[in-house]
Design a protein around this ligand. Structure first.
Ligand code: GLN
Length: 455
């Protein structure tokens, strides 16, 4: 079939299901069709080939995409048209992908349920009374409902892995530095990393091949050869040493989720893997550390949205201070304001040493725990999150309960390690569960191989 037929099929599904799911903020119907015509022509003439040629895809709405609205699900950027493409958007475009639209998300990627979006919450396709997770909730719902075969999300503290678990899809957060952050609107720069979300590990591998690698426009992107992530998918996992961190299987874990994870571990054992217990003794400090580091960095990053350089500008300001204050007051939602206030406090004179510096020191200890564990095992496995998808509204007014959603994903982000989630079954409540797989630095190929062997 032609690229146009594939594009039309997805656009039709989006038209049918998006009104209920709200997984897309912007649907780029016309430009997708124009791209499809062009790509069909180029494929026919032999000018374009490769696994991404003609593949429709979506982007989380924090990747700048030239000529397309890029909102971060915020009133602050509700009519911002980006003049350029993010590095990863340009890579997918050059490889012949067809952009279907921009996915809903938590505002500025702050949240775990997609309920902080200024464009309304997203519904989980498996149970529309439940959240899809967040902050890449629109992307996870998009893949689960087959409103695109692939999308890019971002993960700062779990935002690819937790929604992947809630929606029964595969998502990978690569090693910090593997993929350029250029043109990806920043939340917490020392943690933010982009990664693919798709039905399978193989789809993620194909995407990783296109988007990974050095980019001089992101000083944290790493100059390291990009392997062919699809080449090793069928390697044997016999003798693989899997570490189970005992802290991830303690009281906080819902037994329904624990049962599914344990069943999956047994299957790995049956395939020849060796299971060992490991310990990450400082992992209970990860959420408090994260909620100093991430807000501190966000308070700095979001200072650019002042109604002058970027973003919403209030009507009839009295003076410059009034313009800043009212523009930001009107533009940002409650969760974003909460983070800016916490972060500004943590960075202010006299508090920096007590909070930010201390948090960075504990962050190092958390990283060292992983180094110790990886001396004994090849990979680490455990739950992605303590529960299955929860009800819309259930945790909305309880930030602490919401923050604890990321108990198992945040330590990995603080260490800069690659983490992924892939589906391993359904819990007793009928909702999907994804297992979390953590690899050592730059071991994405091995991780995708392991997930592929399970699927
Ligand atoms: N849920 C976490 C937060 O609210 C992580 C978000 C993310 O990874 N972008 O910050």
């Amino acid at each position: 079939f032609s690229v146009m037929e594939a594009t039309d099929a997805y656009l039709d599904r989006i038209e049918r299901f998006n009104p209920e799911l709200n997984a897309y903020i912007t649907i780029t119907r016309d430009s997708a069709k124009a791209q499809a015509v062009d790509i069909d022509n180029r494929i026919r003439k032999g000018e374009l080939s490769g696994p991404m040629a003609g593949v429709p895809y979506a982007l989380k709405d924090l990747f700048c995409s030239e000529g397309v609205r890029t909102t971060c699900a915020s009133n602050m950027l509700s009519n911002f048209i980006s003049p350029y493409d993010a590095h990863v958007a340009a890579k997918l475009k050059a490889a012949g992908g067809v952009l279907l639209g921009k996915n809903n998300m938590d505002e500025f990627a702050m949240g775990s349920s997609n309920e902080t979006s200024a464009f309304g919450n997203v519904r989980n396709p498996w149970d529309t009374d439940k959240v899809p997770g967040g902050s890449s909730g629109g992307g996870a719902a998009t893949i689960a409902a087959r409103l695109a075969p692939m999308t890019l999300g971002t993960d700062t503290g779990g935002s690819i892995r937790q929604p992947a678990s809630f929606c029964n899809i595969t998502g990978i957060k690569p090693t910090y530095g593997r993929i350029s952050r250029y043109g990806m609107i920043a939340f917490a720069s020392s943690l933010d990393q982009c990664g693919p979300m798709a039905p399978s590990a193989e789809d993620c591998a194909i995407t990783m091949n296109v988007i990974s690698g050095l980019d001089s426009r992101d000083s944290t992107s790493v100059d390291r050869a990009v392997p062919d992530y699809t080449a090793t998918l069928n390697d044997s996992i016999e003798g693989l040493k899997i570490g189970l961190p005992k802290e991830f299987f303690s009281a906080g874990l819902d037994a329904k989720v624990g049962d599914v994870i344990e069943r999956a571990i047994k299957e790995f054992e049956a395939k020849g893997a060796i299971i060992k217990e490991v310990s990450l003794p400082n992992s209970h400090l990860a959420v408090p550390v994260y909620y100093v580091v991430a807000p501190a960095e966000c308070s700095s990053n979001l200072s650019r949205f002042d109604g002058v350089r970027f973003g919403h500008r209030c009507e009839d300001p009295k003076d410059l201070t009034d313009l800043y204050e009212r523009s930001r007051w009107e533009g940002f939602g409650a969760e974003v304001k909460r983070r800016i206030m916490i972060g500004t406090y943590a960075l202010s004179a006299g508090y920096y040493d007590a909070y930010y510096l201390k948090a960075q020191q504990v962050r190092r200890l958390i990283k060292q725990d992983f180094d110790t564990a990886f001396a004994d095992v090849d990979v680490i496995m455990g739950p992605s999150c303590p529960t299955t998808a929860f009800g819309i509204g259930a945790k909305k007014d309880d930030p602490i309960a919401m923050y604890l959603e990321d108990l198992y994903t945040i330590p990995v982000s603080l260490a800069g390690l690659p983490g992924m989630t892939f589906p391993v079954g359904f819990a007793a409540d009928g909702l999907p569960v994804g297992i979390q797989l953590v690899g050592n630095y730059f071991e994405e190929a091995r991780m995708l191989n392991i997930a592929h062997q399970y699927q």
